[in-house]
Design a protein around this ligand. Structure first.
Ligand code: AVI
Length: 323
């Protein structure tokens, strides 16, 4: 069973890698970042001085969790798309348990180990919390949010995860979630990183994706290291440079790996030529204005949101209702 799963994953990695690397311009899908090494590097990123996103969102929850939770219906069950280890979610669960004695928390994620960790830690740390985990890829799989008798659902999609999808994919994710929110008092909480403004410069934004310690560069290059490990490819990591840039037209940070020399890489018998200066586009991270996010929410079946920002106005959390 385990062998089949591993074979299926290898096949998916191979198919996506060949498709992306033989297209013009070259791309690799960002889900390939998150093997064990990549997930550990991402955890390090969230602690970097330059990567303000995680701290800013956590500060919003620290200050406003009671207000956020009270704005949704009562009693509540809290669901979360792409929960990972749910490190910030505890603040919202604690607020919910101040309003009701028992709260069912329903994390949905592709990673069984992250779900296990959440299921071990949260009920022990927050009395009254029960966990119902669901292993699913919320983009490609169906998922169900259970509704205990008479409860309203607060669905979390936080951590700026929506930013890694283009507008069409983002609408599809939000519309699919909207289908589960059918009761008066149901709500959706979305965490988004804000576009540059008088409060945040483009330089600050770029630094968050190109830190001085080189952790983001290592995270980006891990995608090639993963193809070497899992597919027997022969990328020379030294011959690629990490590049993060701001695309103002699309309101997104882009991450690229730029080949510094002419080189040919072989993956599963397929030869891939890289010219000097040619880039492999590995990630987009969209940044929002309040106006842009309201438009996305309206297009996806939600109300204009209640809007919460951190003290520096770097990050926002939007609480929207299905309409
Ligand atoms: C997971 N995601 C929200 C991160 C982001 O900020 O777009 C991924 C990341 N890429 C580089 N640094 C962090």
């Amino acid at each position: 069973m385990m062998i089949e799963a591993t074979d299926a994953l290898r096949e998916a990695v191979l198919t996506e890698a060949i498709a992306g690397l033989t297209s013009t311009p070259k791309t690799l899908p960002p889900w390939l970042f998150y093997d064990e090494a990549g997930s550990a590097l991402f955890e390090k990123i969230t602690e970097l001085p330059e990567y303000y996103l995680t701290r800013a969102e956590r500060s919003i929850f620290t200050e406003r969790a009671d207000e956020i939770v009270s704005a949704a219906g009562h009693p509540l069950t809290i669901a979360e798309l792409g929960s990972g280890t749910a490190s910030k979610t505890g603040l919202l669960l604690e607020a919910a348990t101040r309003r009701q004695p028992e709260v069912l928390y329903q994390p949905i994620d592709v990673s069984p180990s992250a779900l296990e960790q959440a299921a071990d830690i949260l009920p022990a740390a927050i009395p009254g919390v029960a966990v119902r985990s669901q292993i699913a890829n919320y983009i490609t799989n169906g998922y169900t949010i259970k509704r205990p008798d008479g409860s309203c659902i607060l669905a979390l999609y936080i951590g700026s995860s929506i930013g890694n999808f283009d507008p069409e994919q983002a609408r599809a994710i939000l519309r699919k979630l909207r289908k589960q929110l059918t009761k008066m008092g149901d709500a959706m909480l979305l965490g988004v990183d804000l576009a540059p403004s008088c409060k945040k410069t483009v330089e600050q934004l770029i630094a968050a994706y190109d830190d001085a310690a080189g952790v983001t560069a290592a995270f980006n290059k891990n995608i090639l290291a993963r193809l070497n490990r899992e597919l027997g490819a022969n990328f020379n990591l030294e011959a690629f440079r990490h590049r993060a840039c701001w695309n103002s037209q699309e309101s997104r940070i882009e991450m690229h790996l730029v080949s510094t020399v002419a080189q040919t890489v072989t993956i599963d018998g397929e030869r891939i030529d890289c010219a000097p200066g040619e880039s492999i586009h590995t990630e987009n991270s969209y940044k929002f204005t309040e106006r842009g996010l309201i438009e996305l929410l309206h297009d996806s079946g939600y109300s204009s949101p209640q809007w919460f920002e951190d003290a520096d106005h770097y990050f926002a959390v939007a609480l929207a209702y299905p309409v």
